[in-house]
Design a protein around this ligand. Structure first.
Ligand code: ADP
Ligand code: MG
Length: 253
């Protein structure tokens, strides 16, 4: 199993949309995928049609030491399973305080299900707190969705700094920004093209060839609890995520 953290401390850049749709596309390519919803807002959970009231969540696994296999649920997408989030995760940072080994809780949990999945996708919260550190510790690859807007580069250097700290502290000696995915892409805007050029110049081959266009179907699909491929045939957004899955598969799977 290869573990991919979909990460960016900025909210609204397309992390959850990428997690849900990349997982569904990889599932359709016969890869068994496990989505870990590490955002207390639970968007990946609802976006994959998950709606139990009483369930074991990521909180139970991380904070209470529950066996992950009791917290894995099926979803609306073929071959995509889910460790769902719930609101309890909000207090995770404070509760764990200085507990020894708190950075490795997710990594240790995922190690126990390693043989059952081809890929794990972690949907990170929009912060650089303990949940994100757990994702960074557990990840083999970091995938950073990025919107081509004015503050993108600044946000990216803050993330690069955090990743460097995680690497140098030994929490994950291999951590690096492996891939940047341009999201909500609109080539008609000059600003988009300028920022894209800047990012491609600085990050070179780490910027994925696939770009995800701004597409209204992608924004509407979560309301159905479905990945785009299971809701609208041949939408531009769906085609882009299909291409992304092919690129990710070729690179890492
Ligand atoms: N390519 C896209 N085109 C149009 N809307 C998008 C696209 N990607 C994401 N969205 C919408 O933008 C909002 C933020 O996306 P989301 O994936 O939730 O970001 P994050 O998880 O980084 O906060 C959501 O309402 C989502 O449906
Ligand atoms: Mg999100």
């Amino acid at each position: 199993m290869i573990t991919i953290a979909v990460i960016n401390q900025k909210g609204g850049v397309g992390k959850t949309t990428t997690c849900v749709n990349l997982a569904a596309e990889l599932g359709a390519m016969r890869k068994k995928a496990l989505v870990i919803d590490a955002d207390p807002q639970g968007n990946a959970s609802s976006g994959l049609g998950f709606q139990l009231d009483d369930f074991k969540s990521l909180y139970d696994v991380l904070a209470l030491g529950e066996d992950p296999k009791w917290a894995i649920h099926s979803t609306s997408a073929d071959r995509v399973s889910l460790i769902a989030s719930n609101i309890n995760l909000v207090g995770f940072d404070l509760e764990m305080g200085g507990a020894k080994g708190r950075e490795y809780l997710l990594k240790n949990a995922l190690d126990t299900v390693r043989d059952e999945y081809d890929v794990a996708l972690i949907d990170c919260p929009p912060s650089l707190g303990l949940l994100t550190v757990n994702a960074l510790a557990a990840a083999d690859r970091l995938l950073v969705p990025l919107q081509c807007e004015y503050y993108a580069m600044q946000g990216l250097s803050l993330l690069a700094h955090t990743v460097q700290m995680v690497r140098e502290s030994g929490v994950n000696p291999d951590a690096q920004i492996d891939a940047i995915l341009l999201t909500m892409y609109n080539p008609n805007l000059r600003l988009t093209r300028e920022i894209e050029a800047q990012i491609r110049e600085v990050f070179g081959s780490h910027v994925l060839k696939t770009v995800i266009p701004r597409n209204v179907d992608l924004a509407a699909a979560p309301g159905q609890g479905l990945a785009i491929r299971d809701w609208v045939r041949n939408s531009r957004g769906g085609e882009a995520y299909h291409e992304l899955a092919l690129e990710v598969k070729k690179l890492w799977l």
